[in-house]
Design a protein around this ligand. Structure first.
Ligand code: ADE
Ligand code: ZN
Length: 380
């Protein structure tokens, strides 16, 4: 299934690596000097404090950073240049994307690499006025190359702690790769147990991602039961490419707190009614769905239909480096295509705070900030 070469951490490379952020390289891209005129509503969305609840940190690796890390770590990529890599971003479905996404992640070997990747994402999120983010990472993508889970989490955590000082609060969610066995997921979970303890302020849940078709949530019932017993939050990708039955399984067997994507729920009216009644949120990623051909046109996206039926939909970027945009770009494209109005956009942004895994007091404070921006009410 995978096409990339595996790279173990070279034993000679145990020295801490210099941060890409303290030493800008000659290969940094020129800033794009484009000016886009946005509607007043788009500007209001851009300036609003927002959450992001569906972002794979490995999917935030921009091609420039992939090549910088490949050079720094002496990793041979199956792409000759940044342009060749970018040219490969013409996806036909989820699997065609995942093959390239795993090749991109193969440059991540050291704690510093995870720090640099996460810091780059945090900068983009802050620029979009994201004030709270809940980040996925895929430990099995790294352990299979000899990179311990602790290395990944330490680098991600160091960047998130710094970003917190700059106004971006965050949580971290460990995702199991569903194309691998449940035994592999269970072993990963056992290996991560000390990290759930050590980073309990940050590492608060588990998720399920990778190739959906043929890998239903039921395959992971036991490992999710173990995570639930520990009091961890639970999410799963379901109904991205997979059928509504996968969403039922995520709800009934895994007992998830949120469903990632879930856009195919629209095919089952009883499921839509249940999602609306229970307010189990969907973390929708419109540009991802477009790029992975879940919808052939954003005007056909089901987000507005679900919103109209009372489902708690949220807007997120999924793998922004691969799908052509971060959170604000997802809002801009969606509000244009679906002609979303002021009240609908407020509801979607607010849903993002309602569905986040923060304390009730933190949630109230986030919503007060949104209200201050949106309705001009004073935040207290
Ligand atoms: N891993 C990264 N992005 C993903 C997506 N959109 N669906 C499933 N697994 C993923
Ligand atoms: Zn995803």
């Amino acid at each position: 299934m995978r096409t990339h070469t595996r790279h173990k951490v070279p034993e000679s490379q145990t020295e801490p690596q210099q941060s890409i952020f303290t030493a800008p390289s000659m290969t940094d891209p020129e800033p794009l000097m484009t000016t886009t005129i946005r509607s007043p509503l788009a500007q209001k969305v851009a300036g609003a404090p927002k959450s992001e609840l569906h972002i794979h940190i490995e999917g935030s690796l921009e091609p420039e950073l992939i090549f910088q890390l490949a050079q720094r770590n002496h990793v041979q990529l199956p792409y000759a240049s940044i342009d060749t890599l970018r040219a490969a971003y013409a996806f036909t479905d989820l699997q065609s994307f995942l093959d390239i996404y795993y090749a991109g992640a193969s440059v991540l070997l050291h704690e510093q690499d995870f720090y640099d990747m996460t810091m780059a994402y945090a900068e983009r999120a802050l620029a979009d006025n994201v004030v709270h983010t809940e980040i996925f990472f895929d430990p099995q993508t790294h352990t299979e190359r000899g990179v311990p889970i602790a290395t990944a989490v330490a680098g991600i955590e160091r960047a998130l702690a710094e970003a917190e000082q700059r106004g971006l609060s965050s949580k971290l969610i460990l995702c199991f790769l569903r194309h691998l066995s449940e035994a592999d997921a269970l072993a990963t979970f056992e290996a991560a147990l000390p990290l759930f303890e050590q980073y309990q302020h940050r590492l608060i849940g588990v998720g399920l991602d990778s190739s959906e078709r043929g890998h239903p949530p039921s395959k992971f019932e036991r490992v999710f039961a173990k995570a639930r017993a520990l009091g961890l939050k639970l999410v799963a990708h379901a109904g991205e490419e997979g059928p509504p039955s996968y969403i039922y399984e995520a709800l009934d067997l895994l007992k998830v707190d949120r469903v990632d994507h879930g856009v195919r729920s629209i095919e089952d009216p009883a499921l839509v009614a249940r999602l609306a009644d229970t307010r189990v949120a969907l973390t929708v990623c419109p540009l991802s769905n477009l790029k992975l051909c879940v919808f052939d046109d954003l005007t056909k996206h089901t987000l507005k239909a679900l919103l109209d039926k009372g489902v708690a939909v949220t807007v997120n970027s999924d793998d922004p480096a691969y799908f052509g945009g971060y959170v604000n770009d997802n809002y801009f494209a969606t509000l244009d295509a679906l002609q979303l109005n002021d009240a609908e956009l407020y509801t979607i942004i607010r849903n993002g705070f309602e569905a986040s895994f923060v304390t009730p007091a933190e949630r109230a404070a986030l919503i007060a900030r949104l209200d201050a921006h949106w309705h001009g009410k004073p935040a207290h």
